[in-house]
Design a protein around this ligand. Sequence first.
Ligand code: ADP
Ligand code: MG
Ligand code: MG
Length: 481
Amino acid sequence: MSNEVGKLPSTVPLPIQENDLTDIVSKSKDWALMHGISMRSKTNFTEDGVQISPFILVPTAIPRQEFVKVVELQTTLQELLHKIANNKEFINDCYKDIVEADDFSARLYKMYEQVEEEGTVQKIAMVHLRSDYLMQSSSNNNLKQVEFNTISASFASLSSFITDFNKYVLQELGYPEKLKNIPSNTSLIGLAEGLAEAWSIYNNPNACILFVVEKTVYNIADQRFIEFEINRLFPKIKIIRRMFSYICEQGSLNDKRELIIDNNIVAVTYFRDGYAPSNFPTEKEWAARLLIERSASIKCPDIKYHLIGQKKVQQELTKSGVLEKFLTETKKIEAVREVFMGIYGLEFDEHGDRAVQMALEKPENFVLKPQREGGGYNIYDNDIKELMLKIQNTKERLSYVLMERIFPPTSTGYMIVPGASNPPSLVDLVSELGIYGILISDNEKIIVNKQVGHMLRSKASTSNEGGVLAGAGALDCPYLF
Ligand code: ADP
Ligand code: MG
Ligand code: MG
């Protein structure tokens, strides 16, 4: 495999002349701040202020055909998720080894077993899915799946605003004819309507939607605008925000196992917390998570959909013959397989041993992934080799999967971050595209299966991971060519 990467075309002539650049950066920061492309400061947190969320000044080129390919794939992926989430045998198989090695996975899995045994009172579940892709430079910039997220997928609000923002910038820079190449983005309205749909399925006009949130929320605009959008479209729906610790103390179930918080019946629980071990510092948080899971509220997502979003399951899906168990149409199976990279489990068997060998021999061609979310946990290059040498004979190796590395093409652009000098310098970027979707289903049938918008985020080509919240990435917008 060649690790040489190509270059994407610029969407406007670069560099932008210095005076024009200073002007447009200054205007665009204000536009961003005043239209919700913002977050709270990490260094100087206050509830009374926000600052710009890092963004890329002009949109980034994405091949149209590839964009359409993954947009069209979304509902097939969601059909697949529905099938695996409701297949106990498959979930058990995925988790049988990993529970030995990863405490967080073990805990989630235990909750799944517990509620399955007790019997659930709510068969309907909702997922806000985001499937993420990088272009593979060596294969014609084909989009390949990096991962999918079934819990707390962020940036649906800000991605919708950044689309309008990029139209404004192209207009201001004098390229009105280019606006047509910016795809429309339903990421915010799609999520708001999805939550409202789940709420109406619950069928109690007095019940509310509960957002489960962390104590300190940096990405506040992204969360609040979902709330504001629901308020705008469906003013009758009440929304409350609570932390696990509060829910543990004040929440209860009534005789129908409805979730009651401060005299509100909760129709839908939307998790923006609970995806990482650090979200459960004490038993209280676990108790609250279990209380919600046992309740009649429609969860976004429930425990089974949370479980199947983990990296281990993504690895099991790439094994030969697995897709065929869940999807019947050959066309769909091929379309899903087309976006998969090889992902290998590290079990103590012939396959796992071979994967360990591959990692030791060519670590630069792989990414080693633990069962974690939120960016910054993966291991690259020589660190893979060092870790593997250390853990290859211990059960710890079971907690990782080994994924073939994608080498994306680069583009050139201006990254605007809070406090940076104006005019900014041009930097080399790589971009990751996320496609959002809404799935609502019960244990037998799919009720809603929709693709709803996209997100693009770019990072300096020199950094391995590019979380926007983590500080390495910036919001961006696709320009189709
Ligand atoms: P998380 O759930 O923490 O976001 P990801 O699988 O998305 O985990 O990995 C985090 C980041 O690591 C991605 O956004 C991407 O930049 C990089 N990455 C992950 N998998 C690959 C891969 N196979 N090839 C290249 N980069 C990858
Ligand atoms: Mg993730
Ligand atoms: Mg990710």
